[in-house]
Design a protein around this ligand. Sequence first.
Ligand code: FAD
Length: 465
Amino acid sequence: MGATEAELDRAAVRELSASFGGDLVRPGDPGYDEHRRVWNGSIDRRPAVIARCAEVPDVIAAIGFGRDAGLPVAVRGAGHSFPGHSVCDEGIVIDLRPMSEIRVDPDRRTAKAQAGVLLGELDAATQRHGLAVPAGIVTHTGLAGLTLGGGIGWLMRKHGLTVDQLLSVTLVTAAGEVVRASEDENPDLFWGLRGGGGNFGVVTEFEFRLNPLGPIVLAGPIYWPMKESPRLLRFYRDWIAEAPDELMTIVIHRKAPAVSFIPTELHGEPVVSVVSCWCGELEEGERLIAPLRRFGSPLLDLCQPKPYLEHQAMFDPTFPHGWWYYMRACDVDELSDEVIEIVADHSSRIVSPLTAFPIWQMGGAVARVADDETAFGGRGAGHTFNITSMTEGPDGFEEERRWARDFWTALAPHHHGVYVNFLMEEGEERVRQAYGAERYDRLKALKRTWDPDNLLRLNQNISPS
Ligand SMILES: Cc1cc2nc3c(=O)[nH]c(=O)nc-3n(C[C@H](O)[C@H](O)[C@H](O)COP(=O)(O)OP(=O)(O)OC[C@H]3O[C@@H](n4cnc5c(N)ncnc54)[C@H](O)[C@@H]3O)c2cc1C
C-alpha cells in the first residue's frame, strides 16, 4: 500500500526532515520531476517522497520512515534498472546518488566507493593510478545496482566480474542496522550480496580490489553489412574459441547509429559489428585481431589503440537517458548453426533505427570462479544475449517490443539461464532461473534472516516466503 501526498503523515515527515542531512523532495517541490525520472523513459512513477541521502544516518532514517509508515520502499543508485525498480508510486525512494565519494589507495590497490557512484566516475578515479575495477560498458550506469547483480564488462574475462573484486560491503539492513560483510564478517551475507541484488539491505559503500590496466587498450568496433551476419558469426565462433582472457568481444546487430564516429552515408544501414577490447600487450593484440580485420570486406574498422576511458564512453550516446527501452535477455551456450540462423533472421527485422542487439562473449576468469563461491548464477554461460528494443518515445515502441519478444521466443530451445540485471518484470520463476534452484533456495534463507518482512521488494525479488 502506498500513500498519496495528502495521506502521508505530515508530522512524521516533519520529524524525518528535522534530522535529515540530505534533501527530501516531495511532489510540487523544485526538482521533483528530475529526481523521480529514471533512465528508462517508458517508466513514469510518482513517489510520495524522494529521500536524497547525504550520509549513512540519512539512509537509516529513510528506511525507518518507510518501514514505520508502511510505504513501498524503492532504492536508487543511478536509476538504470531496465524495469524501473528504483522508483515507485506513492512510496519512498531512497536515492543514494548524492553519496558519491571514491577513495583510491594505489599502494594497497584498493578503492572504496559509495553507493551513488557512476561507473565512469570510478573508472576515472582508478585509471589516474593505472588501475581499474572490471565493471560495465556505459559510463552513466550506477555502480550499486550493477555490482549487486554481478557486473559484466570489457575486463571480466581477464579479471572476473565486478563482484569478484569485492573485498567488503557496508549496508543498512531493513531493521536499520549498519552491517559490514566480507569473507570474515557475515560471510553468508557477503556471498548473497555478490549477485543477489538489493534484497538484503541498502548498500552504502563497496570496497574493491584494483587491477593494473592500460591506460591504452586495443579496442573498438569493426562493421560489416548485416547480410554478412551468418558467415561472420560462423567465423567469429571459431576465432574466439581459443581466445586468451585479455580479449573480450561483443557482437552487435543494429542499424548503424547516427553518431559522430560513423560516416553519415552508413547511418541507418543494417550492420553487424564485432566490438573488441584487448587489455593485454598491444602487439600481441594486433596479431590476434588481424584475422578479424581481414574477414570479408568490412565497411568500417574503428578498432585501434586508445585510452580505456575513451573506449568505456563509446556506447554512452547510443543508450541515453529518457528513450523508451524494453529488453529480453538470455544465456546461450554456443553459437550453433541453428542459433545463427535465428539471429540473422530476427536481426534483419529490426525496424527502429535505435534498437541494438548485443551478444556478449562470456567465459575466461568469470567461469574459473567456483559456481558456489558467489550468488551470481551465470558462470557457465557461453554468451549473454540482450535483445533490446529502443525508441525515442511511445511511437513504434509496441511493435519493437513485440519484435524482442518474438526473437526471444524463437531462441527458447537454446537458452537456459539469464543475467539477473538484464531481467524485466518477469516474475519469480525467471528470477529463480537466473540463480538456479539451489542458489535461489540459499538466497531465500538469507532473505529470511536479513529482511524477513520483504521490505526491500522493489527489485528482482527473492521472497522470504
Ligand atoms: C545503459 C545501460 C548499460 C548497462 N550496461 C551493463 C553492463 O555493461 N554490465 C552489466 O553488468 N550490467 C549493465 N547494465 C545493467 C545494470 O547492471 C542494471 O541496470 C543495474 O541495475 C543498474 O544499476 P543502477 O544502480 O544504475 O540502477 P538502479 O535502477 O538505481 O537500481 C537497480 C536495482 O538495484 C537496487 N539498488 C540500487 N542501489 C542499491 C543500493 N545501494 N543498495 C541496495 N540496492 C540497490 C535497486 O533497488 C534496484 O532494484 C546496464 C544497464 C543500462 C541501462
